[in-house]
Design a protein around this ligand. Structure first.
Ligand SMILES: [Zn+2]
Length: 246
């Protein structure tokens, strides 16, 4: 199944990525040149943040369109140093329309401790992303990311990267971004509970009630491969346009 575009036009995608980069910075989820964000523009191309530079200042015309082999199609400069990670995710997950990578401090603290967030404890975590995978360490910015991620890509929407940071995915950029915010928020709550001395898990019945399909207005439990056709009507990328590259 080919991947689906998460935006009706490249321009809308550029605006959305810039907004998400600023919100990541405002929430303290990235610092300095940290972080990278991408969205799927169509079956054969992505839009991704550039390498280097503070993402809080990234402009729409600095984003790069790349093909699924990582070659720059539109834009100047180098795509994110973590492009290999993004490409591996899109290749394995046609349901994914956006990828957000950041260094959320508390969640990354869990990754440094060599553990993931406990599953079956916080309703929001269960409903928004399910179990969080812990991906073994790989040298950042290298193709080793693809090998490290491979065993965890199926069935996970959020990933802690050992000694590094976190990555979230979603059918839409909003979904991937919200998961990153919620991942860090949950990590802070869990750390507070540990300081108080106890983390109380939900019972099996309580977890089952969260995932009951009859629950009105429920956010579907992960994995989110749900229908996104309504917002992802087939988008045919326009010819490469120098004006778009900025
Ligand atoms: Zn990173």
């Amino acid at each position: 199944m080919p991947g689906v575009a998460a935006f009706p036009s490249p321009g809308a995608a550029r605006t959305a990525i810039v907004r998400v980069c600023r919100r990541l910075w405002e929430r303290g989820l990235i610092a300095g040149p940290d972080g990278n964000v991408s969205v799927r523009l169509g079956v054969d191309r992505l839009l991704v943040t550039p390498s280097g530079g503070s993402k809080v200042d990234v402009g729409e015309d600095e984003l790069l369109e790349v093909d699924l082999a990582g070659r720059v199609l539109v834009g100047v400069g180098r795509a994110s140093s973590e492009l290999a990670m993004h490409l591996a995710i899109y290749a394995a997950r046609p349901d994914v329309g956006a990828v957000v990578h950041a260094h959320p401090p508390t969640a990354t603290g869990f990754a440094l401790a060599g553990e993931t967030l406990p599953d079956g404890v916080l309703p929001e975590l269960i409903c928004q992303m399910g179990a969080v995978a812990l991906v073994p360490y790989f040298t950042p910015g290298t193709p080793a990311a693809a090998t490290a991620f491979a065993p965890y890509l199926s069935g996970h929407e959020a990933f802690l990267l050992a000694n590094h940071g976190a990555t979230t995915v979603g059918a839409t950029l909003d979904a991937a971004h919200q998961r990153m915010e919620s991942l860090e928020h949950a990590a802070r709550i869990l750390l507070a509970a540990r300081l108080l001395g106890r983390v109380t898990p939900l019972t099996a019945e309580q977890r089952a009630a969260l995932q009951a399909p009859a629950r009105a207005g429920a956010t579907p439990a992960a994995p989110v491969a749900a229908p996104i056709a309504a917002q992802t009507a087939a988008f045919t990328a326009p010819p490469v346009d120098g004006g778009e590259a900025g």
